[in-house]
Design a protein around this ligand. Structure first.
Ligand SMILES: NC(=O)c1ccc[n+]([C@@H]2O[C@H](COP(=O)([O-])OP(=O)(O)OC[C@H]3O[C@@H](n4cnc5c(N)ncnc54)[C@H](O)[C@@H]3O)[C@@H](O)[C@H]2O)c1
Length: 268
């Protein structure tokens, strides 16, 4: 069976670098046009590198070189108006949204008894409420066409605990539950919803956590992971391959499911 992604439109959050960018490129290679949204500036928390406007410009150029179109938005997934405006502009430009990849997210370590309300709120508001805000905006258009797929980037921490990551873990379990609930609600509209659960991924987030913790990126990956296979992390392209599969026709009957991409971590 063909995966049939030619001329589909994908709306991707957190697309400036890391996994979002890899997914944008991979879907463009399959023939998709891309709407790439990223906050594209440093925000209040955590104190590491976020995406930037220059990365979005480079992404657009790379997608153009692949023969596809890309529009980009500098917007925070917590900002309902900015998200709605981006979704409307995408519909005006491409006429539809077939694929939503809710990927924007942050991570930082903190002991539960030392965590501030602001840290808790930022984590939950970006990782979980942000996905809700974007989904609400996009689903309206998917329902009209009775077609769509929503892929939520959770984590292995959406299926287990994480040390000094109570806020992150809560947000990622929240995404797992959110996915299952919308899968039920949207199935009659032929809209699928799936969550993915990567182990540590070799991205700027991992580098950012390393600098915050005074460790090397490999030490960070190994501390939170414990992969069975002999690798400290997986690459963003590994995640992109999974998203391409789940977004396409080959996965047409997959909904409500959790897709683990963990080098064996959750096995023991
Ligand atoms: N890196 C890992 O080890 C790992 C493992 C499993 C799951 N995840 C999850 O995968 C997703 C992507 O992670 P990554 O490793 O590519 O991270 P990253 O930090 O490298 O990239 C995340 C992107 O999201 C953007 N972003 C952050 N907050 C935003 C906001 N409020 N609004 C819009 N954009 C925002 C950033 O600017 C950045 O470009 C996250 O949800 C993360 O929790 C990461």
């Amino acid at each position: 069976m063909e995966n049939n992604l030619k001329d589909k439109v994908a709306f991707i959050t957190g697309a400036a670098h890391g996994q979002g960018r890899a997914v944008a490129i991979a879907l463009a290679k399959e023939g998709c046009n891309i709407a790439a949204l990223d906050v594209a500036k440093k925000i209040e928390y955590p104190n590491y590198n976020f995406g930037c406007p220059e990365e979005l410009v480079m992404l657009k150029k790379e997608i153009k070189d692949l023969g596809q179109e890309c529009i980009s938005f500098c917007a925070d997934v917590r900002d309902e108006k900015a998200v709605n405006d981006a979704v409307i502009e995408t519909i005006n430009k491409f006429g539809k949204i077939d694929i939503l990849f809710n990927n924007a997210g942050i991570c930082a370590y903190a002991k539960v008894d030392e965590m501030t309300n602001a840290e808790w709120d930022s984590m939950l508001d970006i990782n979980l409420k942000g996905a809700f805000i974007v989904t609400r905006s996009v689903v309206k258009y998917m329902k009209e066409r009775k077609s769509g797929v929503i892929i939520n980037n959770s984590s292995t921490m959406g299926l287990r605990g994480g040390n000094r990551l109570s806020h992150y873990t809560a947000s990622k379990w929240g995404l797992t539950g959110f996915t299952k609930a919308i899968a039920i609600e949207l199935a009659p509209y032929n809209i699928r919803a799936v969550s993915i659960h990567p182990t540590g991924v070799n991205t700027p987030m991992n580098d950012g956590l390393a600098s915050l913790e005074g460790k090397t990126p490999i030490e960070i990956a190994e501390a939170s992971a414990g992969n069975l296979l002999p690798t400290p992390w997986i690459e963003p392209e590994d995640v992109a391959d999974l998203v391409v599969y789940l977004a396409g026709n080959k996965a047409r009957y997959i909904t409500g499911a959790q897709y683990v991409l963990d080098a064996g971590l959750l096995t023991v």
